[in-house]
Design a protein around this ligand. Structure first.
Ligand SMILES: [Mg+2]
Length: 205
């Protein structure tokens, strides 16, 4: 059995960050969350009228007061698929850029660990880092155009987790966790067919 390291992003992939931030922002504005449209760009939720500073403050309040990293909804099927992949010998490495802003690290890191346990998500490593290519993985799944571009520029293979704001990225693209499972299994089959030497190189990170 080949062991493939899968680098798994959290926000927008395992967890519904946008939905949780929407509820937090809407509550403070006393508006219906449905009045805040889906994010279609990666520009600090300008769709909701936020500036870069406004997003920073909205994120701070959501993380430290509403504790969204503890309470946000998981994406459908994420735990069951990750367990099946783990049972198939895939090494699950969570790689998240959640420590984005100073001063929020305690709530961000602690609530992330609680949330992963609450939702029974299997993982061997939990990495908080922005430059994801520096963390070794054979295959990544992410939603951020910026991060996927950086991974691919570094020669890494990344599955795009479909979101409205990443439509311009080339595939492979997953429209849910069952698609992620199929793409990872394809990759496993390919790695097995290439033979042991390639696997050793691939697992070098
Ligand atoms: Mg993400």
């Amino acid at each position: 059995m080949s062991e493939l390291v899968l680098g798994v992003d959290l926000d927008g992939v395992c967890a519904d960050y946008e939905g949780a931030l929407r509820r937090s922002v809407a509550a403070r504005r006393s508006v219906d969350p449905a009045s805040l449209p889906p994010q279609t760009s990666t520009d600090h939720f300008k769709e909701w009228g936020l500036t870069a500073d406004g997003f920073r403050e909205a994120h701070r309040l959501a993380v430290t007061e509403d504790r969204i990293f503890r309470t946000m909804a998981p994406q459908p099927d994420v735990a069951e698929v990750l367990w099946r992949l783990s049972d198939a010998g895939v090494w699950i490495r969570i790689i998240t850029h959640r420590l984005l802003f100073n001063g929020l690290h305690e709530a961000s890191a602690a609530d992330t660990a609680v949330w992963l346990d609450q939702h029974d998500i299997p993982y061997r490593d939990l990495c908080f880092i922005g430059d994801k290519a520096t963390v070794g993985a054979d295959l990544y799944v992410d939603d951020s155009p910026h991060i996927i571009d950086a991974l691919r520029a570094a020669g890494r293979t990344a599955i795009v987790y479909d979101q409205p704001y990443n439509q311009l990225l080339d595939g492979p693209r997953a429209y849910g966790w069952h698609d992620v499972e199929a793409l990872v299994r394809d990759h496993l089959d390919g790695a097995g067919a290439r033979g042991g030497a390639d696997e050793q190189e691939d697992l070098g990170g």
